[in-house]
Write a new protein. Structure first.
Lengths: 271, 310
């Protein structure tokens, strides 16, 4: 199979969630294609080293989607099968939310509204150093309820951080309901444009469109930071999870695990 | 003391281009010299402290040495979670400078008074917490904070109370108490930090008490504290900070486990300021003025077998 095949990455997420009896499956599924395109086509890791000094930075500010990032790290060989099969077991390294002590994860997240600001600092530092390294920061649309996101947006524009790309995983849900029900976000593209970002909106599950949008944003000559608003589906890929917010919290049982695996094209899975 | 702070910062920035000063739109005249001599290392991050602290973590991740300045009411208090998660958790070399700690901004009220910052930062793993008492400790504390290459909270309180030490301190040793006055062994010893160190020296003279100044709140050298307890007849701690979680608590934690000793904690009682007033008025309101402190030490001494000293 091709590396970074979205179905296989979702399978890895399911295997982890089932092994660890963990939640946040739907949060991971909405960013599978975004991470696929970034890791496969854009992020540079010299020597395939997650801590290479000259790397690009992928900051997963919405740490709740971390299983999707683990799946990518598995594809890259940074995590082995042991990590997948023993996820969240006592004494292991991979936590239920992003933790910067794991090579490949840049920030400790889960408390929302931190990672983007750390990414702003990384981008400012890289710009001061004059490198061509890039910083991607993925935030959830629920996460941008947090005030520091908007503080960081002001600072990113003020310091003309053209090496920074904010990606909003706009799946329309947060913990307690839809983003419209909880706290209306309005036109995100217009909001970030007004903050001084170059912006585009894209179908967050269309790999070709994502790739083109990322290239297009980087190719804009201006020194503005970039914002990509990705329309996504929470729980994408498994019909009974899609846009069902319970899958923010629900754990797999043998039956739902087998059904989900079957939908992804891996029938007969059981553990 | 503020001049010692400013010149230490300028000196560090001139010697290391990776040193950056981030301020949350505070320090209007304090940074004139820095802005003049190191303009490219000065970042006013706006009135956006949470982003500023996380951003400092990002800058440290790619090799910079951020010094993050704010009023203690905001750095660290407003940003305690950013400090915990983004800086301390990764042991990043970021120095957090909390100015105006205690009752310095007396007239402005509760928003600008800060008497809980030591307690909050002490409880965060990997943080070191310093509170210099005079210009000599300030210079040494800045040098230490830069050299230690880990997260440091440097508390800056009332800065114009005069010197505690006779001259420059060559180098701070981690956690160590600085003895500033010898005295009688049959009487209590005073351990003070920050703005209260000067008061401790003044109080000690008439009774001939031993005095230690501690620029460190964390770590605090246990053997030094035990030695102070053994050399005296009870300890009195003095700090312009809550009696909960600060110097008094730190000393009592050590002595209660290893050398049970009477520890009289002189600090801010567990309450907010009630009234508006000057710095000295607020010290009186909270029982930190020299007359009240003298009475409390005297009352303790009455309980000693040797009887009253008064």
């Amino acid at each position: 199979m091709t590396p970074f095949d979205p179905a296989r990455m979702r399978r890895t997420v399911l295997e982890m969630a089932y092994a660890g009896s963990t939640v946040h499956i739907a949060c991971a599924f909405s960013i599978i294609e975004l991470l696929t395109v970034l890791y496969r086509d854009h992020l540079r890791y010299p020597g395939n080293d997650p801590r290479a000094e000259g790397r690009d930075y992928l900051v997963l500010s919405k740490g709740h989607g971390v299983m999707a990032q683990y799946a990518c790290m598995h594809e890259l060989g940074w995590l082995d099968d042991f990590h997948i099969q023993n996820y969240c077991k006592d004494g292991t390294d991979l936590k239920g939310l992003s933790d910067s002590r794991v090579a490949g994860l840049e920030v400790t997240s889960g408390s929302l509204g931190h990672g983007f600001s750390v990414g702003v600092g990384i981008a400012l530092g890289l710009k001061r150093k004059g490198t061509d390294q890039k910083v991607y920061a993925i935030v959830g649309d629920g996460e941008i309820n947090e005030g520091p996101i908007w503080e960081g947006a002001l600072v990113a524009a003020h310091h003309r951080l053209e090496n920074l790309m904010l990606i909003v995983d706009k799946n329309g849900f947060q913990a307690m309901g839809t983003t419209d029900d909880v706290l209306v976000l309005g036109d995100l593209q217009a909001k970030f444009s007004s903050f001084g970002f170059e912006t585009l909106e894209v179908d967050g599950h269309d790999e070709i469109a994502i790739d083109q949008a990322v290239r297009q944003l980087w190719s804009v000559g201006s020194n503005k930071p970039k914002a990509l608003i990705a329309r996504t589906v929470k729980g994408k890929g498994v019909s009974f999870m899609e846009s069902i917010n319970l899958w923010h919290y629900t754990r797999l049982n043998p039956q739902s695990f087998a059904e989900a695996m079957s939908e992804l094209g891996f029938p007969g899975a059981s553990q | 003391m503020r001049e010692a702070f400013s010149s230490a910062l300028v000196r560090l920035a001139l010697s290391d281009p990776k040193v950056l000063l981030l301020t949350g739109d505070h320090g209007y005249s304090l940074f004139d010299e820095f802005r003049k001599r190191c303009p490219n290392q000065y970042i006013n991050a706006g009135i956006a402290e949470q982003n500023m602290v996380s951003m400092a973590a990002g800058l440290a991740r790619v090799g910079f040495r951020p010094f993050v300045y704010g009023l203690a009411a905001f750095i660290p208090i407003r940003t305690i979670e950013q400090i915990k998660l983004d800086i301390a958790h990764d042991d990043l070399p970021v120095v957090l400078l909390g100015d105006g700690a205690g009752f310095v901004y007396s007239h402005l009220g509760t928003s600008h008074q800060s008497t809980e910052d030591i307690a909050c930062t002490r409880a965060i793993p990997q943080m070191q917490v310093l509170s210099p008492a005079d210009r000599f400790e300030m210079t040494a504390a800045m040098e230490y904070a830069y050299a230690t290459r880990g997260p440091v909270y440097l508390r800056m309180g009332k800065a114009d109370l005069g010197d505690v030490h006779a001259g420059p301190i060559s180098c701070l040793q981690q956690g160590r108490l600085l003895k500033v006055r010898d005295g009688r062994a049959d009487r209590p010893g005073l351990i003070a930090t920050g703005s209260m160190a000067r008061a401790a020296v003044d109080l000690a003279a008439s009774w001939d008490l031993m005095v230690w100044s501690t620029p460190f709140l964390k770590p605090l050298d246990e053997d030094d504290v035990l030695a102070a307890a053994q050399a005296t007849n009870g300890l009195v701690t003095l700090e312009e900070h809550s009696v909960l979680g600060g110097l008094g608590a730190a000393v009592a934690e050590i002595t209660s486990e290893r050398q049970p000793t009477r520890v009289i904690r002189i600090g801010v009682p567990d309450r907010f300021s009630e009234h508006c007033g000057s710095y000295s008025y607020l010290l009186r309101e909270h029982g930190l003025d020299i007359d009240t402190v003298r009475k409390r030490i005297g009352a303790y001494c009455q309980t000693l077998p040797s009887g009253s000293m008064l």
